[in-house]
Design a protein around this ligand. Structure first.
Ligand code: SF4
Length: 158
């Protein structure tokens, strides 16, 4: 089972370049980031995220073209099934993983994958010294697009 925190669901423009993403915070995080910004997401909280829930969320947020899983939870098989469901709706599927690497099968189910634990000394994606990476998946192969964030960080003085 995959759970999400309904109160934190939002439409975001920055997390995935050139996409209007519906972002859901996934609980039961199995990450262990030293600088964890949301420790409550390590707990078994929230409500079950099902294909029917995704249908409703997408219908309630007309115009989004990407569904972003902020976290993976602890049930990868269900997560991949939900990603497939997102794609069946004509949206792209994205996941922010806190792990260093994801299993190869992930590249076949997502259009965007972010990897790397958050380390305060390295900064987030928009810091050129970040250890995190965002990949766009093209024909099942990862293309590193992390540098798309860096001009934004410089403009913002980050
Ligand atoms: S991925 Fe890292 S920062 Fe995000 S909730 Fe999990 S431990 Fe915390």
């Amino acid at each position: 089972m995959i759970k999400y925190v309904p109160e934190m669901t939002s439409v975001v423009l920055e997390e995935i370049p050139d996409r209007v993403s519906l972002a859901v915070d996934i609980s039961n995080c199995r990450g262990n980031c030293v600088g964890c910004h949301s420790p409550f997401l390590k707990k078994d909280i929230g409500k079950e995220l099902t294909p029917e829930v995704i249908d409703t969320l997408v219908a309630d947020n007309f115009g989004v073209n990407c569904f972003l899983f902020l976290g993976e939870g602890r049930d990868p098989e269900t997560l991949l099934d939900l990603a497939d469901h997102v794609r069946s709706l004509g949206l792209e599927a994205a996941v922010y993983s806190g792990r260093e690497v994801v299993e190869d099968i992930f590249w076949n189910h997502f259009d965007f994958i972010k990897v790397g634990p958050y380390r305060p000394e390295c900064g987030p994606l928009n810091n050129p010294s970040t250890n995190q990476r965002l990949y766009r998946v093209v024909d099942g192969r990862p293309e590193d697009i992390t540098s798309r964030f860096w001009h934004r960080g410089l403009e913002a003085g980050l």
